[in-house]
Ligand binder design. Structure first.
Ligand code: DX5
Ligand code: ZN
Length: 222
């Protein structure tokens, strides 16, 4: 397995009343990327935050901002996310009728382009856009909420995507239910970036976050 697994804490599981401090703490605790779950109450039932909050957080960390847009019409605000400081912008295939164009636009804005697939979405939607992609985000739960259980059949899906991307420079990221039990399994299947919310923010402050990140990193390497 790889020594270079990216750990991306999802701030969805952090204390929103202290969001800036939480991002700073998880940065110091060893996060590689900060995973930003944007929810619009339409594509997914839940609502979180958008570009103004991301822009405010940009001042508290230099870590890569990994924006996961769980929204129905991502095209409308792509520029705002780029301006706010998102380096990776990931849209959902299910929300984009003109996915090829959307991905090109994300790159034109100077960001890395990602596509996320809900658990039921077949990998075939990726086949003809592989050259437009920097990242594939495999949902290992149904999006909308933190703290859900990992959907085991997604391990086969990750392995299929790993074969599909072949030698391309595409990150395979997984999101949902990643913990000490599942982290090793997804890395064995081919994931190279792990989002984790509750498994990291269940810790008590910076020291707890560091212990959780280190533990996930350790099982991802075994
Ligand atoms: C779910 C979000 C995830 C979520 C993961 O819609 O995309 O990023 O925060 O939470 P855990 O790690 O608790 O499953
Ligand atoms: Zn996410």
């Amino acid at each position: 397995m790889s020594d270079n697994i990216i750990i991306a804490p999802s701030i969805l599981a952090s204390d929103f009343a202290r969001l800036g401090d939480e991002v700073a703490a998880v940065d110091r605790a060893g996060a590689d990327w900060i995973h930003l779950d944007v929810m619009d109450g339409h594509f997914v039932p839940n609502l979180t935050f958008g570009p103004p909050v991301i822009k405010a957080l940009r001042h508290v960390t230099g870590k890569t901002f990994d924006a996961h847009l769980m929204v129905s019409n991502p095209d409308a605000l792509l520029e705002s996310y780029a301006d706010a400081g998102a380096e990776i912008i990931t849209v959902h295939a299910e929300a984009c009728p003109h996915l090829d164009r959307t991905l090109s636009r994300i790159r034109e804005l100077g960001c890395r382009a990602g596509v996320s697939l809900n658990p039921h979405t077949p990998v075939d939607v990726l086949r003809h856009i592989l050259d437009r992609l920097d990242l594939i985000l495999v949902m290992t739960v149904n999006p909308g909420f933190g703290g859900q259980s990992f959907i085991t059949p997604m391990l086969d899906k990750i392995a299929t995507i790993r074969e599909m991307v072949a030698g391309r420079n595409i990150t395979i990221e997984v999101d949902g239910g990643i913990n000490l039990e599942t982290a090793g399994q997804v890395v064995a299947a081919g994931a190279t970036a792990l989002v984790a919310g509750s498994a990291i923010f269940s810790g008590d402050g910076e020291a707890g976050y560091r212990a959780n990140i280190d533990a996930i990193r350790a099982v991802a390497k075994d």
